[in-house]
Design a protein around this ligand. Structure first.
Ligand SMILES: C[S@@+](CC[C@H](N)C(=O)[O-])C[C@H]1O[C@@H](n2cnc3c(N)ncnc32)[C@H](O)[C@@H]1O
Length: 220
């Protein structure tokens, strides 16, 4: 659906507080979207941004969230895996007056080493394991905000604090996002997962360590 074909319906979709799917994989599965505005606002609030901060965003999509970060005074580098979507986001951002946002086409799992360090990292795709590259590229005392679907939680919004190359994260509400490519959880496993809001995750070079109450587990 395009603005040209049906401006009234297009406008309804744009102003609604819902995610707007903008790409389907195999004609069925959503593979890119513009996230719901209030969810993005919650994630940006969790970032505790200050003007001038350097922000790494993973999953540019339409560029909408990157534009909001730039409007708050952040210096934004955004990584998008799909080359066509990255090119469209660059055009969207330029047309909206945010040509200063740098959109990099590539696998965000590796961050954006050439542009590190970052004061903040925000992912708009859900992780199962927090990539250590994001921890390494985050400045001392920096924050990483990401949706998480994996062991211990189906749809957590995690906020990590980085210190001495270790990221320590806890749940700050819910956020259900499409997975970062390569991080999808098989549906049967996802259905079997219970959500624990007391989940804590610690990420080091060696891997990810989960704890909640008495139980603990680690993955490399
Ligand atoms: C929910 S959408 C992003 C919404 C977007 N931030 C916005 O403002 O419209 C998730 C995006 O993450 C991208 N993505 C998925 N895996 C990725 C990866 N490993 N590296 C970079 N981008 C990825 C998808 O192609 C998709 O465009």
């Amino acid at each position: 659906m395009s603005r040209r074909d049906d401006p009234a319906v297009w406008n309804q979709v744009v102003v609604a507080d819902d995610a707007v799917v903008t790409q389907l994989k195999d004609g069925i599965w959503p593979s890119s979207s513009s996230s719901a505005p209030t969810v993005m606002a919650r994630m940006i609030a969790a970032l505790r941004l200050e003007p001038g901060m350097r922000v790494l965003e993973i999953g540019t999509g339409t560029g909408w969230n990157a534009a909001r970060l730039a409007a708050l005074g952040a210096d934004v580098v955004s990584v998008e895996m799909d080359g066509d979507i990255a090119a469209q986001a660059r055009a969207n951002l330029r047309n909206a007056g945010y040509g200063n946002v740098l959109v990099v086409a590539g696998d965000g799992e590796h961050g954006a080493l050439d542009h590190a360090p970052f004061d903040r990292v925000i992912s708009t795709a859900a992780v199962r394991r927090l990539p250590f590259a994001w921890v390494e590229q985050c400045a001392e005392g920096g924050l990483i905000v990401t949706p998480y679907t994996g062991e211990g939680h189906v749809d957590a919004l995690l906020v990590f604090t980085v210190s001495a190359n270790v990221a320590r994260g806890r749940v700050q509400g819910n956020a259900y996002f499409m997975p970062l490519r390569g991080h999808g959880v098989p549906q049967a496993e996802q259905r079997a997962t219970e959500s624990h809001d007391e989940l804590r995750i610690e990420v080091t070079k060696e891997g990810q360590h989960l704890s909640y109450g008495e139980r603990q587990s680690s993955t490399g």
